[in-house]
Design a protein around this ligand. Structure first.
Ligand code: ZN
Ligand code: ZN
Length: 71
């Protein structure tokens, strides 16, 4: 049996399954996505960064964890 991949909520430390996108305990996002939105000049960026990244490693925009004050 393959071991289930897990991830930890950065806000409440709830341990969730890897495929879950939001914490079921506190509603915090579990994926540290880049917040750069699609515009006329840019196609946007949806890179999922490391949990401790304050800025996207692809484009330098703040990540969702940083914007929400989670890190
Ligand atoms: Zn949580
Ligand atoms: Zn980005």
């Amino acid at each position: 049996m393959a071991e289930k991949e897990l991830q930890t909520c950065v806000r409440c430390h709830y341990v969730a399954d890897k495929e879950e996108r939001y914490c079921i305990r506190c509603g915090a996002p579990l994926k540290n996505k880049c917040t750069k939105e699609k515009s006329l000049l840019h196609k946007g960026c949806s890179k999922v960064n490391k949990a401790d990244a304050k800025f996207c490693s692809d484009c330098g925009t703040a990540t969702i964890f940083s914007e929400l004050g989670l890190i």
